[in-house]
Design a protein around this ligand. Structure first.
Ligand code: UN1
Length: 513
């Protein structure tokens, strides 16, 4: 596998099978449970990794605690300088890391490169932020007193990330946490540990060059047990978790029970509304990218299409024509638009959802096959499906991490479309395609979309890092990435300072001794 060897060489990766890394030190090579990682693209063996033990986890926490003592004293703009250097390294390695993301996870190269770009962007954002971690000043009710607030580092931030964005989502968390003065323990998805190891190599170079302590950036490769240790651990004041709602509820409950902070970015069931006033060609492009991009495995993937009855047949006809011609194949091939699903379990979930929705009365219009033959021997390639369905079907209410687009008809005015859009438990991303100001403003209003992200003439996926990213209801309520999402990585402290020679009490209370 020469292509892979080249990429690993470019990234300077030597250690392929550690179970953890405390920034500078790799550990846990011997005697652990071994997991073999195969590419979903061609089934080829990529590497073995060792699954971390509870002892490994202890090593990592100790290193992180020690590093925090040093790191929190480094001025924030100096911390930003480290993140700047990381961003620079990512620029140098963009091509190689993008390829590795594509090969290990299965998203097409364009999207693999896009993912690395997202990491570079958040580094730039975090560098600027490192000079802007500001709070308010307040006027005191007492004479010669002043009040202000400060943001201080929290400590160890645990990051649990998912396979579908194996590196970008970690970087959103890690780069903000780093300029905030925190140290990070990253538990990547056990399906995509190699890209995490690659990032750790990049980080390590920067730590060594700057003679920084071990343990500012830590990596631990393990299963749900490690996530559970982290969630229950009082030494980890914030756990940021991305993944399914089921996983998020477990993390949220465990962290909540010890009154820790959690930042949850969970499932979506994202809809695009197409009204009769939409530019249909533009809408169709957004729908197809949203529904089949990353083979339907983004948390922002378009899963429901809510179309006005007057344009419904046109939209349906257009999509049913486009879908069978989508080039499906190896994610590293330039012509491919749809790569494989992550594994056979995902293929099974895809098939089950399609069988179930048809039982409920849905009509499969196109796709839904598992491909076989020469280029598709892994059994992970499927043809993206479109199903005519109703919003209340149990299958439609559920997030299936696969390329299934449910076509739903609405009639009457925009309020009906909004009701359908909001009529699911998830609340991540939503979009409307329309040139009518009355419709688009209604969609964005306080009685409009209930999602964390609501777009106009822009699809549901592919958010920029500058905005806060996350959603409501079963999506978990957390916000990562841009805007003021950084605040969750810090503790807020209110300070009252008296520069008089008196000691007046607030609220005018008299208490003379
Ligand atoms: C995810 O799928 O968990 O908005 C993150 C998007 C990407 C991030 C998705 N920027 O589609």
């Amino acid at each position: 596998n020469k292509a892979l060897a080249d990429v690993l060489h470019q990234l300077g990766i030597k250690e392929l099978n550690p179970s953890y890394s405390t920034g500078l030190v790799w550990g846990g090579q011997e005697g652990r449970t071994v997991k073999k990682i195969r590419s979903p693209a061609d089934g080829n063996f990529i590497s073995s990794v060792n699954m971390a033990t509870a002892d490994d986890y202890e090593q990592v926490v100790k290193a992180a605690q020690e590093a925090f003592k040093v790191w929190r004293k480094v001025p924030s703009p100096k911390r930003g300088e480290i993140v700047r250097q990381i961003g620079q390294k990512l620029r140098e390695h963009k091509e190689a890391l993008g390829k590795l993301v594509s090969y290990e996870m299965g998203k097409i190269l364009q999207e693999g490169l896009g993912e690395v770009q997202e990491m570079i962007d958040i580094c730039d954002f975090a560098v600027g932020l490192s000079r802007q971690l500001h709070g308010y000043t307040m006027h005191s009710e007492r004479p010669q007193h002043r009040m202000y607030e400060q943001y201080h580092p929290l400590g160890i931030v645990g990051v649990i990330s998912a396979f579908n964005f194996p590196v970008a989502v970690w970087s959103w968390n890690a780069m903000l946490a780093t300029v905030c003065g925190d140290v990070v323990i990253w538990k990547p998805s056990e399906k995509t540990p190699l890209t995490a190891i690659a990032c750790q190599h990049i980080i390590r170079e920067v730590l060594v060059k700057n003679e920084l302590p071990e343990g500012i950036f830590n990596l631990i490769i393990g299963d749900a047990e490690i996530g559970s240790l982290m969630s229950h651990d009082n030494r980890v004041p914030l756990v940021s978790a991305t993944g399914s709602t089921t996983m998020g509820k477990k993390v949220g409950e465990a962290v909540g029970a010890r009154l820790g902070k959690s930042l949850l970015e969970l499932g979506g069931n994202n809809a695009i509304v197409i009204t009769e006033n939409a530019d249909l060609e533009m809408a169709i492009r957004a729908v197809v990218f949203g529904a089949v991009g990353t083979c339907g495995q983004r948390c922002t993937s378009t899963r429901r299409l809510i179309v006005h009855e007057n344009v419904y047949d046109k939209v349906k006809e257009r999509l049913v024509k486009i879908y069978p011609n989508l080039p499906i194949g190896h994610p590293l091939s330039n012509t491919t638009l749809v790569g494989p699903l992550i594994d056979k379990d995902a293929v099974e979930a895809f098939q089950q959802a399609l069988a179930q929705v048809q039982q409920e009365g849905g009509t499969l219009l196109t796709g839904g096959e598992v491909l076989n033959g020469d280029s598709y021997q892994t059994g992970t390639y499927v043809t993206p499906a479109i199903v005519e369905a109703e919003n209340h079907f149990a299958t439609v209410q559920k997030e299936t991490f696969a390329p299934i687009l449910y076509l739903i008809k609405y009639s009457g005015d925009i309020e009906n479309a909004i009701e359908l859009q909001n009529g699911v438990r998830q609340g991540l991303s939503s979009a409307i395609f329309s040139s009518s100001l009355l419709e688009t403003e209604a969609f964005l209003s306080h009685w409009g979309s209930d999602c964390g992200i609501a777009n106009v003439n822009v699809g549901t996926s592919g958010a920029e890092i500058g905005g806060a990213f996350g959603g409501e209801k079963d999506t978990g309520g957390g916000r990562e990435s841009g805007s003021d999402a950084w605040r969750v990585y810090m503790r807020r402290q209110t300070n009252t300072i008296n520069y008089s020679r008196e000691l007046p009490l607030a609220q005018g209370i008299k208490f003379d001794i």
